[in-house]
Design a protein around this ligand. Structure first.
Ligand code: 5GP
Ligand code: MN
Length: 342
Protein backbone atom coordinates (compact mmCIF):
# COMPACT_ATOMS: atom_id res chain seq x y z
CA UNK A 1 0.00 0.00 0.00
CA UNK A 2 1.49 3.34 -1.09
CA UNK A 3 0.17 5.60 1.67
CA UNK A 4 0.56 3.07 4.46
CA UNK A 5 1.38 5.59 7.17
CA UNK A 6 -1.76 7.65 6.44
CA UNK A 7 -3.75 4.40 6.45
CA UNK A 8 -2.20 3.41 9.77
CA UNK A 9 -3.21 6.80 11.13
CA UNK A 10 -6.85 6.10 10.15
CA UNK A 11 -6.79 3.07 12.43
CA UNK A 12 -5.35 4.76 15.52
CA UNK A 13 -8.81 5.52 16.96
CA UNK A 14 -11.80 3.12 17.08
CA UNK A 15 -13.73 3.22 13.81
CA UNK A 16 -17.00 1.92 12.39
CA UNK A 17 -15.85 -0.46 9.73
CA UNK A 18 -17.72 -2.34 7.01
CA UNK A 19 -16.02 -5.12 5.07
CA UNK A 20 -17.62 -6.31 1.89
CA UNK A 21 -16.77 -8.83 -0.78
CA UNK A 22 -18.07 -10.12 -4.09
CA UNK A 23 -21.35 -11.73 -5.19
CA UNK A 24 -21.49 -15.44 -4.24
CA UNK A 25 -18.41 -15.28 -2.00
CA UNK A 26 -15.88 -18.08 -2.34
CA UNK A 27 -13.35 -19.20 0.29
CA UNK A 28 -10.93 -16.38 -0.51
CA UNK A 29 -13.65 -13.72 -0.50
CA UNK A 30 -15.14 -14.86 2.80
CA UNK A 31 -11.87 -16.03 4.39
CA UNK A 32 -10.02 -12.79 3.68
CA UNK A 33 -13.04 -10.76 4.91
CA UNK A 34 -13.48 -12.72 8.14
CA UNK A 35 -9.71 -12.88 8.74
CA UNK A 36 -9.45 -9.11 8.38
CA UNK A 37 -12.60 -8.61 10.48
CA UNK A 38 -11.12 -10.74 13.27
CA UNK A 39 -7.95 -8.67 13.27
CA UNK A 40 -9.70 -5.28 13.17
CA UNK A 41 -12.08 -6.28 15.97
CA UNK A 42 -9.05 -7.23 18.10
CA UNK A 43 -7.63 -3.75 17.63
CA UNK A 44 -10.76 -2.11 19.03
CA UNK A 45 -12.85 -1.33 15.95
CA UNK A 46 -16.51 -2.05 15.42
CA UNK A 47 -16.61 -4.32 12.37
CA UNK A 48 -19.44 -5.68 10.21
CA UNK A 49 -19.02 -8.03 7.27
CA UNK A 50 -21.72 -7.52 4.61
CA UNK A 51 -21.87 -9.88 1.63
CA UNK A 52 -24.15 -9.29 -1.39
CA UNK A 53 -25.54 -12.84 -1.55
CA UNK A 54 -25.40 -16.19 0.21
CA UNK A 55 -22.41 -18.51 0.01
CA UNK A 56 -21.70 -22.25 0.25
CA UNK A 57 -22.38 -24.06 3.51
CA UNK A 58 -18.85 -25.49 3.43
CA UNK A 59 -17.59 -22.02 4.42
CA UNK A 60 -19.83 -21.59 7.45
CA UNK A 61 -17.23 -22.94 9.91
CA UNK A 62 -15.21 -19.74 9.69
CA UNK A 63 -15.01 -17.68 12.86
CA UNK A 64 -17.38 -14.70 12.58
CA UNK A 65 -19.67 -16.50 10.13
CA UNK A 66 -22.69 -16.12 12.40
CA UNK A 67 -22.45 -12.33 12.32
CA UNK A 68 -22.13 -12.01 8.54
CA UNK A 69 -24.94 -9.91 7.04
CA UNK A 70 -26.26 -11.31 3.76
CA UNK A 71 -27.60 -8.24 1.91
CA UNK A 72 -29.96 -10.17 -0.38
CA UNK A 73 -31.63 -11.99 2.53
CA UNK A 74 -33.86 -9.11 3.61
CA UNK A 75 -31.00 -7.19 5.20
CA UNK A 76 -30.93 -4.31 2.67
CA UNK A 77 -32.05 -1.56 5.03
CA UNK A 78 -29.74 -2.58 7.83
CA UNK A 79 -26.84 -2.82 5.36
CA UNK A 80 -27.58 0.64 3.93
CA UNK A 81 -27.57 2.10 7.45
CA UNK A 82 -24.27 0.42 8.30
CA UNK A 83 -22.66 1.61 5.06
CA UNK A 84 -23.90 5.15 5.74
CA UNK A 85 -22.56 5.13 9.29
CA UNK A 86 -19.19 3.64 8.33
CA UNK A 87 -15.92 5.54 8.66
CA UNK A 88 -14.06 2.97 6.61
CA UNK A 89 -15.26 0.46 4.01
CA UNK A 90 -12.98 -2.38 2.98
CA UNK A 91 -13.66 -3.93 -0.43
CA UNK A 92 -12.08 -7.35 -0.63
CA UNK A 93 -11.46 -9.75 -3.51
CA UNK A 94 -13.20 -7.77 -6.25
CA UNK A 95 -11.99 -5.01 -8.50
CA UNK A 96 -15.13 -3.25 -9.62
CA UNK A 97 -18.18 -2.09 -7.63
CA UNK A 98 -20.72 -3.76 -9.91
CA UNK A 99 -19.45 -7.10 -8.48
CA UNK A 100 -21.32 -6.37 -5.24
CA UNK A 101 -24.66 -5.70 -6.95
CA UNK A 102 -26.86 -2.98 -5.37
CA UNK A 103 -24.37 -2.66 -2.51
CA UNK A 104 -21.98 -1.13 -5.06
CA UNK A 105 -23.86 2.15 -5.41
CA UNK A 106 -24.35 2.39 -1.63
CA UNK A 107 -20.60 2.02 -1.17
CA UNK A 108 -19.80 4.46 -3.97
CA UNK A 109 -22.03 7.19 -2.55
CA UNK A 110 -20.96 6.69 1.08
CA UNK A 111 -18.71 9.34 2.60
CA UNK A 112 -16.55 6.65 4.25
CA UNK A 113 -12.93 6.20 3.19
CA UNK A 114 -12.67 3.18 0.93
CA UNK A 115 -9.95 0.55 1.01
CA UNK A 116 -9.50 -1.87 -1.87
CA UNK A 117 -7.61 -5.11 -1.21
CA UNK A 118 -7.62 -7.31 -4.29
CA UNK A 119 -5.76 -9.42 -6.84
CA UNK A 120 -8.06 -9.24 -9.88
CA UNK A 121 -7.13 -7.58 -13.15
CA UNK A 122 -8.04 -3.99 -14.08
CA UNK A 123 -9.31 -2.48 -10.81
CA UNK A 124 -11.82 0.37 -10.88
CA UNK A 125 -10.53 3.63 -9.47
CA UNK A 126 -12.80 4.29 -6.49
CA UNK A 127 -10.73 3.67 -3.35
CA UNK A 128 -8.73 6.00 -1.12
CA UNK A 129 -6.32 3.25 -0.08
CA UNK A 130 -5.34 0.42 -2.37
CA UNK A 131 -3.50 -2.81 -1.70
CA UNK A 132 -3.69 -4.46 -5.09
CA UNK A 133 -1.43 -6.98 -6.74
CA UNK A 134 -2.18 -9.43 -9.51
CA UNK A 135 0.97 -11.24 -8.40
CA UNK A 136 -0.82 -12.21 -5.19
CA UNK A 137 -2.39 -15.64 -5.35
CA UNK A 138 -5.22 -14.70 -3.04
CA UNK A 139 -6.70 -11.67 -1.33
CA UNK A 140 -5.99 -13.57 1.91
CA UNK A 141 -2.26 -13.31 1.08
CA UNK A 142 -2.64 -9.52 0.84
CA UNK A 143 -4.57 -9.35 4.12
CA UNK A 144 -1.74 -11.29 5.79
CA UNK A 145 0.73 -8.80 4.30
CA UNK A 146 -1.30 -5.80 5.46
CA UNK A 147 -1.59 -7.04 9.05
CA UNK A 148 2.17 -7.56 9.08
CA UNK A 149 2.87 -4.20 7.42
CA UNK A 150 0.85 -2.60 10.21
CA UNK A 151 3.19 -4.30 12.69
CA UNK A 152 0.48 -6.55 14.09
CA UNK A 153 1.52 -10.01 12.86
CA UNK A 154 1.37 -11.28 16.45
CA UNK A 155 -2.38 -10.62 16.52
CA UNK A 156 -3.03 -13.33 13.93
CA UNK A 157 -4.59 -16.13 15.96
CA UNK A 158 -5.86 -19.62 15.14
CA UNK A 159 -9.24 -18.38 13.85
CA UNK A 160 -7.80 -15.64 11.66
CA UNK A 161 -5.08 -17.93 10.32
CA UNK A 162 -7.58 -20.66 9.36
CA UNK A 163 -9.82 -18.23 7.46
CA UNK A 164 -6.84 -16.81 5.59
CA UNK A 165 -5.43 -20.28 4.91
CA UNK A 166 -8.76 -21.38 3.37
CA UNK A 167 -8.55 -18.49 0.88
CA UNK A 168 -5.00 -19.33 -0.10
CA UNK A 169 -5.60 -23.08 -0.36
CA UNK A 170 -8.56 -22.65 -2.70
CA UNK A 171 -7.27 -19.74 -4.82
CA UNK A 172 -4.06 -21.64 -5.56
CA UNK A 173 -6.14 -24.70 -6.51
CA UNK A 174 -4.56 -26.60 -3.62
CA UNK A 175 -1.12 -25.22 -4.40
CA UNK A 176 -1.31 -26.38 -8.01
CA UNK A 177 -1.70 -23.16 -10.01
CA UNK A 178 1.26 -21.06 -11.22
CA UNK A 179 0.39 -18.48 -8.54
CA UNK A 180 1.82 -20.91 -5.93
CA UNK A 181 4.93 -18.89 -5.14
CA UNK A 182 7.64 -19.13 -2.53
CA UNK A 183 5.86 -16.31 -0.70
CA UNK A 184 2.68 -18.37 -0.55
CA UNK A 185 4.52 -21.15 1.27
CA UNK A 186 6.15 -18.60 3.60
CA UNK A 187 2.73 -17.10 4.40
CA UNK A 188 1.26 -20.57 4.97
CA UNK A 189 4.17 -21.52 7.21
CA UNK A 190 3.44 -18.41 9.28
CA UNK A 191 -0.29 -19.26 9.39
CA UNK A 192 0.60 -22.75 10.66
CA UNK A 193 2.82 -21.11 13.30
CA UNK A 194 -0.17 -19.00 14.31
CA UNK A 195 -2.33 -22.09 14.79
CA UNK A 196 -3.89 -23.01 11.43
CA UNK A 197 -4.81 -26.70 11.25
CA UNK A 198 -4.39 -27.15 7.49
CA UNK A 199 -5.75 -30.66 7.36
CA UNK A 200 -8.88 -29.63 9.27
CA UNK A 201 -9.48 -26.70 6.90
CA UNK A 202 -9.08 -28.93 3.82
CA UNK A 203 -11.52 -31.43 5.26
CA UNK A 204 -14.10 -28.77 6.13
CA UNK A 205 -13.97 -27.33 2.62
CA UNK A 206 -13.59 -30.39 0.43
CA UNK A 207 -14.96 -33.33 2.39
CA UNK A 208 -18.35 -32.15 3.54
CA UNK A 209 -20.25 -32.93 0.33
CA UNK A 210 -23.90 -33.89 0.30
CA UNK A 211 -24.83 -37.14 -1.47
CA UNK A 212 -26.77 -35.01 -3.99
CA UNK A 213 -23.65 -33.04 -4.85
CA UNK A 214 -21.55 -36.14 -5.48
CA UNK A 215 -24.32 -37.69 -7.58
CA UNK A 216 -24.68 -34.48 -9.57
CA UNK A 217 -20.93 -34.56 -10.26
CA UNK A 218 -21.25 -38.12 -11.55
CA UNK A 219 -24.18 -37.14 -13.76
CA UNK A 220 -22.39 -34.08 -15.14
CA UNK A 221 -19.22 -36.04 -15.94
CA UNK A 222 -21.15 -38.87 -17.56
CA UNK A 223 -23.86 -37.02 -19.43
CA UNK A 224 -22.98 -33.36 -19.75
CA UNK A 225 -19.30 -33.03 -20.59
CA UNK A 226 -18.82 -31.76 -24.12
CA UNK A 227 -15.37 -31.96 -25.66
CA UNK A 228 -14.47 -29.94 -28.75
CA UNK A 229 -11.02 -31.22 -29.74
CA UNK A 230 -10.64 -28.77 -32.63
CA UNK A 231 -10.60 -25.92 -30.08
CA UNK A 232 -8.86 -27.78 -27.23
CA UNK A 233 -11.96 -26.91 -25.26
CA UNK A 234 -14.29 -28.81 -22.93
CA UNK A 235 -17.42 -27.48 -21.26
CA UNK A 236 -20.57 -28.34 -19.33
CA UNK A 237 -23.94 -26.66 -19.93
CA UNK A 238 -26.33 -27.24 -17.03
CA UNK A 239 -30.03 -26.40 -17.10
CA UNK A 240 -32.14 -25.06 -14.24
CA UNK A 241 -34.10 -28.34 -14.28
CA UNK A 242 -30.91 -30.36 -13.77
CA UNK A 243 -29.92 -28.20 -10.82
CA UNK A 244 -33.34 -28.78 -9.33
CA UNK A 245 -33.26 -32.53 -9.99
CA UNK A 246 -30.07 -32.84 -7.91
CA UNK A 247 -31.32 -30.45 -5.24
CA UNK A 248 -28.33 -28.23 -6.02
CA UNK A 249 -27.28 -25.77 -3.33
CA UNK A 250 -25.04 -22.70 -3.51
CA UNK A 251 -21.48 -23.94 -4.06
CA UNK A 252 -22.48 -27.38 -5.36
CA UNK A 253 -21.20 -26.61 -8.88
CA UNK A 254 -17.95 -25.07 -7.63
CA UNK A 255 -14.97 -26.99 -8.96
CA UNK A 256 -16.89 -28.68 -11.77
CA UNK A 257 -15.04 -26.61 -14.37
CA UNK A 258 -11.73 -28.05 -13.15
CA UNK A 259 -12.73 -31.54 -14.29
CA UNK A 260 -13.05 -30.22 -17.85
CA UNK A 261 -9.68 -28.51 -17.57
CA UNK A 262 -8.05 -31.65 -16.16
CA UNK A 263 -8.35 -33.49 -19.46
CA UNK A 264 -5.05 -33.86 -21.27
CA UNK A 265 -4.70 -31.30 -24.06
CA UNK A 266 -7.58 -29.11 -22.91
CA UNK A 267 -6.60 -25.43 -22.82
CA UNK A 268 -9.97 -23.85 -22.21
CA UNK A 269 -12.79 -25.07 -19.99
CA UNK A 270 -16.18 -23.62 -19.18
CA UNK A 271 -19.26 -24.27 -17.10
CA UNK A 272 -22.43 -22.59 -18.35
CA UNK A 273 -25.31 -22.73 -15.87
CA UNK A 274 -28.90 -21.57 -16.08
CA UNK A 275 -29.39 -19.84 -12.71
CA UNK A 276 -32.91 -18.75 -13.80
CA UNK A 277 -32.29 -15.03 -13.18
CA UNK A 278 -29.36 -15.21 -15.63
CA UNK A 279 -26.92 -17.61 -17.23
CA UNK A 280 -23.70 -17.71 -15.18
CA UNK A 281 -20.43 -18.83 -16.66
CA UNK A 282 -17.11 -19.96 -15.19
CA UNK A 283 -14.05 -20.01 -17.42
CA UNK A 284 -10.63 -21.57 -16.84
CA UNK A 285 -7.59 -21.86 -19.08
CA UNK A 286 -4.04 -23.10 -19.00
CA UNK A 287 -1.26 -21.15 -20.68
CA UNK A 288 -1.66 -18.01 -22.76
CA UNK A 289 -5.35 -17.96 -23.60
CA UNK A 290 -6.76 -15.14 -21.45
CA UNK A 291 -10.18 -16.04 -20.10
CA UNK A 292 -10.25 -12.63 -18.44
CA UNK A 293 -10.34 -11.01 -21.89
CA UNK A 294 -12.76 -13.62 -23.18
CA UNK A 295 -15.21 -12.97 -20.32
CA UNK A 296 -14.78 -9.20 -20.46
CA UNK A 297 -15.26 -8.90 -24.22
CA UNK A 298 -18.14 -11.34 -24.64
CA UNK A 299 -19.97 -11.92 -21.36
CA UNK A 300 -19.74 -8.69 -19.28
CA UNK A 301 -17.37 -10.46 -16.90
CA UNK A 302 -13.74 -10.62 -15.89
CA UNK A 303 -11.40 -12.07 -13.28
CA UNK A 304 -7.89 -13.39 -13.81
CA UNK A 305 -6.00 -14.49 -16.91
CA UNK A 306 -6.62 -18.19 -16.24
CA UNK A 307 -9.83 -18.01 -14.15
CA UNK A 308 -12.77 -15.78 -14.88
CA UNK A 309 -16.52 -15.61 -15.01
CA UNK A 310 -19.28 -13.87 -16.88
CA UNK A 311 -23.00 -13.57 -17.38
CA UNK A 312 -25.57 -13.83 -20.18
CA UNK A 313 -29.19 -12.75 -20.30
CA UNK A 314 -30.07 -14.94 -23.28
CA UNK A 315 -31.40 -18.51 -22.97
CA UNK A 316 -29.06 -21.39 -22.11
CA UNK A 317 -29.26 -22.67 -25.69
CA UNK A 318 -28.52 -19.25 -27.20
CA UNK A 319 -25.63 -18.74 -24.77
CA UNK A 320 -24.12 -22.12 -25.67
CA UNK A 321 -24.46 -21.27 -29.36
CA UNK A 322 -22.75 -17.93 -28.84
CA UNK A 323 -20.01 -19.66 -26.83
CA UNK A 324 -19.37 -22.17 -29.61
CA UNK A 325 -19.34 -19.40 -32.25
CA UNK A 326 -16.75 -17.54 -30.17
CA UNK A 327 -14.58 -20.65 -30.08
CA UNK A 328 -14.40 -20.57 -33.86
CA UNK A 329 -13.43 -16.88 -33.74
CA UNK A 330 -10.72 -17.69 -31.17
CA UNK A 331 -9.55 -20.85 -32.91
CA UNK A 332 -6.10 -19.50 -33.65
CA UNK A 333 -5.49 -18.39 -30.05
CA UNK A 334 -6.81 -21.69 -28.73
CA UNK A 335 -4.37 -23.68 -30.84
CA UNK A 336 -1.56 -21.17 -30.55
CA UNK A 337 1.78 -22.96 -30.40
CA UNK A 338 0.23 -26.29 -29.50
CA UNK A 339 -1.04 -29.23 -31.42
CA UNK A 340 -4.82 -29.46 -31.30
CA UNK A 341 -6.35 -32.62 -29.91
CA UNK A 342 -7.42 -33.73 -33.40
P1 5GP B 1 -15.67 -18.54 -10.52
O1 5GP B 1 -15.67 -19.18 -11.85
O2 5GP B 1 -14.92 -19.35 -9.51
O3 5GP B 1 -17.00 -18.05 -10.07
O4 5GP B 1 -14.81 -17.21 -10.70
C1 5GP B 1 -13.50 -17.22 -11.20
C2 5GP B 1 -12.90 -15.83 -11.08
O5 5GP B 1 -13.61 -14.92 -11.92
C3 5GP B 1 -13.01 -15.25 -9.68
O6 5GP B 1 -11.84 -14.53 -9.44
C4 5GP B 1 -14.20 -14.34 -9.74
O7 5GP B 1 -14.06 -13.26 -8.87
C5 5GP B 1 -14.21 -13.87 -11.20
N1 5GP B 1 -15.59 -13.73 -11.70
C6 5GP B 1 -16.55 -14.66 -11.71
N2 5GP B 1 -17.69 -14.20 -12.25
C7 5GP B 1 -17.44 -12.92 -12.60
C8 5GP B 1 -18.24 -11.89 -13.21
O8 5GP B 1 -19.41 -12.07 -13.55
N3 5GP B 1 -17.62 -10.69 -13.39
C9 5GP B 1 -16.32 -10.45 -13.05
N4 5GP B 1 -15.80 -9.24 -13.28
N5 5GP B 1 -15.56 -11.40 -12.47
C10 5GP B 1 -16.09 -12.62 -12.25
MN1 MN C 1 -9.50 -14.33 -4.68
Amino acid sequence: MQNLSAFKEELTSPKNIVITTHHKPDADALGSSLGLAGYLAKTGHSVKVIVPTDYPKFLSWMSGNDDVIVFSENRQEESADLVKAADLIFCLDFSSLHRINELGELVRSSSAKKVLIDHHLEPEDFADYVLWSTAAAATAELVHQLINDLGDGMLIDENISESLYAGIMTDTGNFKHPNTTKNIFMVCADLIDKGADTSKVAKLIYDTNSVDRVKFLGYALNEKLKILPEYNTAYFAISAEELKRFNSKTGDTEGLVNYALSIEGIKFAAVIIDRTEAIKMSFRSTGDFSVNEFARENFSGGGHKNASGGISHETLEATVEKFERLLELNKEKLSNGIKTLV
